[in-house]
Design a protein around this ligand. Structure first.
Ligand code: NAP
Length: 365
């Protein structure tokens, strides 16, 4: 099945699985235009979130962090009390009430919260209760946008993901979470909110050093996959840093894919990068399909042909993604979705088996 997956998806999946402990390893090169604005980073104890939070702090920006755990914040964000007096707010984005206090007076919101798939030792995938893509990436994100709108924020910046043009992709099916579907819907919600937005859709995230690679921008998953498509979290953080600190006109109204060329040279001019993203000037490939990497590829068929694509696109209310009715009764559709999820989990188990020699611990967060 790896053969059937887009290379960057494989990297993305691997990156999801590795518990990164090197968040601060890659220093972010700072933008020059520091302003007096108040910036709230949610998911601030996350891997990209902590890089951005610390970089904004280092630049003297009045930055706040929304975190779930003050102890983790102390470790990653170098706070002492790790409370509102230091701009650290403990809260859960699925609880709208938790978002009121951190949003007061915020000019820019950077959304770096995300759901996260977990894996049982047998290789099957699941999301923790309350941590599904629907709850976190869609509803939790909408809560943030609504709170930011109420607070009068001027811009919301979101890190989503590449791969949302491919229905029922491997990532989408993990744990039956439909993460790409919900992330795409969350993008649409933000774009329709009336708030100036910047949406960055990275390829597979890695923890390599930032400021080494040439950053590539594109649209609709059309970047040329010359090799495994990855981008360091540190470079995503740099891109966000510049989007936040440059004048709004550079990045507002932009939604683009972000990847990188390890051969460099390192991207320095982010105003030019945003301009390129605005002009849809990235490289394109007509086929819409990338070459797979031969590495670790074992030839077996993805069972997706056995799936029921139209059914998977129905929600639990029996409605298609495009809001038309599903052709099967709800129960039949649900039954098929359950079956489909089981098959997807079995495939996940096979995927897991490919990583022979890998410690199961590595797959736990
Ligand atoms: N992995 C990839 O290859 C890949 C590829 C493309 C795009 N992306 C996307 O890029 C973004 C950044 O990825 P990352 O790996 O840096 O993220 P990450 O380390 O997984 O961080 C996610 C953050 O969200 C927080 N969070 C989750 N649920 C929450 C809730 N209910 N309330 C408050 N906070 C919550 C987590 O809090 P805790 O710190 O308390 O856990 C964590 O700080 C994500 O949107 C991800 O989906 C990833």
């Amino acid at each position: 099945m790896l053969c059937m997956m887009k290379p960057w998806v494989v990297v993305c999946l691997c990156a999801c699985l590795v518990c990164a402990r090197a968040e601060l390893r890659s220093p972010v090169v700072l933008a020059k235009n520091t302003t007096s604005q108040v910036v709230l980073v949610t998911g601030a104890t996350g891997r990209t979130g902590s890089l951005l939070y610390n970089a904004l702090k280092a630049q003297g920006v009045d930055v706040r962090g929304l975190v779930r755990n003050a102890t983790k914040a102390r470790e990653r964000l170098r706070c002492n009390k790790c409370d509102p007096s230091e701009g650290i707010f403990v809260g859960d984005i699925t609880q709208p009430a938790d978002l009121t206090a951190p949003m007061v007076g915020v000019d820019k919101l950077v959304i770096l919260t995300s759901s996260y798939p977990l894996q049982y030792p047998n290789g099957t995938w699941y999301y923790a209760p309350g941590g599904s893509p629907k709850e976190v990436d869609f509803e939790g994100q909408n809560n943030q946008v609504i709170a930011a709108l109420k607070a009068g924020a001027k811009q919301a910046l979101l890190v989503s993901s590449m791969g949302t043009t491919e229905p029922d992709s491997y990532l989408d099916l993990l744990g039956n979470g439909h993460v790409s579907f919900y992330k795409l819907n969350a993008e649409a919600s933000l774009m329709g909110s009336g708030m100036p937005f910047t949406i960055i859709k990275p390829s597979g995230l890695v923890d390599d050093s930032g400021n080494q690679r040439r950053l590539l921008v594109g649209h609709n998953d059309d970047l040329v996959p010359s090799q495994m498509m990855t981008v360091p979290r540190a470079d995503v953080a740099r891109t966000l840093l510049h989007a936040v600190t440059l004048e709004e006109e550079h990045s507002a109204g932009l939604r683009f894919d972000l990847s990188s060329d390890p051969a460099g040279p390192a991207t320095e001019d982010f105003a030019a990068l945003f301009k390129e993203a605005r002009s849809w000037g990235g490289q394109t490939r007509p086929s819409g399909r990338g070459k797979h990497s031969g590495a670790r590829c074992i030839s077996f068929h993805i069972a997706s042909h056995a799936f029921v694509p139209w059914c998977a696109r129905c929600n639990t209310e029996g409605v298609y993604h495009d809001a038309t009715a599903c052709p099967l009764a709800d129960e039949e559709c649900t039954a098929k979705r359950v079956e489909r999820a089981r098959e997807a989990d079995e495939l996940a188990g096979e995927f897991h088996a490919l990583y022979d020699g890998e410690d199961d611990q590595r797959f736990a967060r």
